[in-house]
Unconditional design. Structure first.
Length: 221
């Protein structure tokens, strides 16, 4: 039977809607969805490539580079101010609407963010969403200078929470992150909002939900 003593949450796409940048994207293109989707895809790709090459740059720099690629690929000519406003939208991402209810339902458990995001980015977006008072820790891949799904990033959670990894539920909406966290040894809850298939890597989550506020029931808490 699963013993739960703490929770660690991915940030981007899990607690915070990365595509809430679309509102800012609409100011520079009629196809805001295409810009947001390509920006996010390249952001993830660049973290994996940099981790594999051993050429770390923090997530702010990665997000900047991914935005530059996306705007060039879509033939968008942004001035410096437009680029800066788009980039800074990542500091004010919207939290998913069920986040407050989920936080309330998990009252009594230490909650942490464990993310590829730089510490400055994570603190800003958590503050913007009103989550800061509810978090025991905000943990960034910056501390180990590589990116998830590296085990070195996941190891930050048991180190800082002071709880064995087997008793920390890791929550993510990203398939690669779910697989990486489960391979590390966390019990894992996948927030599969899109009803997507899981990658075929021989690893499955302990629970799957459609929304964050379904976690307590899914885990029998």
């Amino acid at each position: 039977m699963l013993t739960v003593r703490a929770f660690a949450f991915d940030a981007y796409g899990t607690l915070f809607d990365v595509h809430s940048v679309i509102a800012e994207c609409r100011k520079v293109t009629a196809d805001a969805d295409a810009l947001s989707q390509l920006w996010r895809a390249k952001q993830l790709e660049y973290t994996w490539l940099r981790a594999l090459m051993g050429r770390y740059e923090d997530f702010w720099s990665v997000t900047d580079a991914a935005l530059r690629f996306a705007t060039h690929r879509l033939n968008l000519r942004l001035d410096a101010a437009q680029h800066a406003r788009l980039l800074e939208a990542y500091l004010r991402l919207d939290a998913y609407p069920e986040v407050p209810g989920m936080v309330e339902a998990l009252r009594g458990y230490p909650l942490a963010i464990l993310s590829n995001g730089s510490l400055r980015m994570l603190k800003a977006v958590a503050e913007h969403a009103g989550l800061t008072p509810h978090l025991a820790h905000v943990l960034s891949a910056d501390a180990v200078r590589t990116y998830k799904p590296s085990p070195a990033v996941y190891a930050l959670a048991p180190k800082h929470l002071g709880v064995p990894k087997e008793q920390i539920v890791f929550v993510s909406s990203n398939g690669f992150d779910v697989i990486g966290a489960k391979a590390f040894g966390f019990p894992v809850c996948w927030v599969n909002r899109a009803g997507a298939p899981l990658d075929e890597l021989g690893v499955v989550p302990d629970a799957t939900v459609g929304r964050l506020d379904e976690i307590p029931k899914a885990l029998g808490l």
